[in-house]
Design a protein around this ligand. Structure first.
Ligand code: HEM
Length: 350
């Protein structure tokens, strides 16, 4: 039985094509190069230096922001809260940065100078059942922004790793155990690889606990179930949004404590939580298709930060400040911590 809107079916087949397991493996080499660059560039660098990133993060705020015209559409033309203007401004900055890359790449394909090397190439070359390009150039540009904002790809792994680090620096015994696990499994002579993730149970529990305690947004992407459903014993009526903040608290003891034991009893520790005792990647038909990629990025980032550096609160502070921002669920102030390299200099590249 086909019960999905054709546009949704197209969107789902597109995302499953772009994020299918073969592609995940195919892009491993590129992710490893990026991770290696990060290790080398860590000291003193601003990791959010891409000029379009602040605009993307700004857009995330407006996905959930209260807007009067959302309730009284007739007021939409007045843009009373200024959201429309701010979203337009942010989109124009993002487009200025991304459009030339898409345009140049499309020309390379037209001139036959290119082969499939990354997800942008996949978007350009993907065909429909008649062999025609599935997406126009404008649709490709829209898809890329969509992938970056709507799926929070741009910051979900960094958000989880930043919160995990902030929590762990305040709990040196946890930090120490995670580092010991990394040295036991991987050692000091080579950097953590994605293939090690399966053995890094304790590090994964740290990332999982960060995802539980610090979701990136207060509500799930506006997906609702069409019929009543039971989630962790709670009846959720149809058309109700799940609150990520509520779920991080309800089924847990001492829910606001960063406590790893709650995850260590399972034989396998995964970042995905299929029983929805909290929401990391969610589940079901609209669950995150980037679970494998999101897990790989989050755990590798966290593990490499722990492997490569000794961490402490920034100078003159005993603890990191764990206050949440007033406007969103990010740290009120970006994490500033003291990182001292502890591997051989050759491990940090040039
Ligand atoms: C730590 C990393 C990530 C987390 C925590 C995460 C979490 C989520 C969540 C909670 C949803 C909503 C599910 C729902 O409403 O039921 C979602 C949707 C989605 N995510 Fe992720 N995600 C992550 C990384 C990624 C990555 C790396 C990609 C792709 C490159 C991705 C692609 C998507 C897509 C395409 C959807 C929409 C699915 C749909 O609408 O059917 N995500 N993600």
């Amino acid at each position: 039985m086909q019960c999905l809107h054709p546009d949704l079916l197209q969107w789902q087949s597109l995302t499953s094509e772009v994020l299918k397991p073969e592609r995940h493996m195919w892009l491993l080499q590129k992710r490893t190069e990026e991770a290696n660059n990060l290790e080398g560039k860590m000291e003193g660098q601003d990791l959010k230096k891409n000029m379009s990133t602040p605009s993307l993060l700004g857009l995330l705020i407006y996905i959930y922001a209260f807007s009067l015209s959302g309730y009284l559409p007739c007021l939409g033309v007045f843009d009373l809260d200024g959201h429309e203007n701010m979203v337009k401004e942010a989109l124009s900055i993002i487009n200025k940065h991304h459009d030339p890359i898409v345009d140049e790449r499309t020309i390379q394909w037209r001139n036959g100078e290119k082969e499939v090397e990354d997800i942008l190439d996949v978007f350009i070359t993907i065909r429909d059942s008649k062999g025609e390009p599935l997406l126009s150039v404008d649709e490709i540009k829209a898809q890329i922004i969509e992938l970056m904002i709507f799926q929070s790809l741009v910051d979900n792994p960094a958000h989880a790793a930043e919160w995990a680090m902030a929590e762990m620096i305040n709990k040196p015994e946890i930090l120490q155990k995670a580092v010991e696990e990394i040295y036991r499994v991987v050692g000091k002579e080579r950097l953590v690889q994605e293939s090690n993730i399966v053995q890094l149970k304790y590090v994964k529990a740290c990332a999982r606990e960060a995802l539980r305690l610090h979701p990136i947004a207060p509500f799930n992407i506006p997906h609702v179930s069409m019929a009543d459903a039971v989630v962790v014993g709670y009846l959720i009526c149809s058309h109700v949004l799940l609150s990520l903040i509520g779920l991080r608290r309800n089924p847990w003891e001492e829910p606001l404590r960063f406590q790893l034991e709650r995850h260590m009893n399972d034989d396998v520790v995964d970042l995905a939580e299929l029983e929805l005792r909290f929401i990391s990647f969610s589940t079901g038909r609209r669950g995150c298709p980037g679970t494998a990629l999101g897990t790989a990025m989050t755990v590798t980032l966290l593990a490499r930060l722990l492997q490569g550096f000794s961490w402490s609160a920034s100078l003159n502070q005993e603890q990191t400040d764990l206050k949440e921002s007033m406007n969103d669920l990010f740290l009120a102030k970006p994490l500033h911590a003291h990182a001292k390299p502890r591997l051989h200099a050759l491990m940090y590249g040039d």
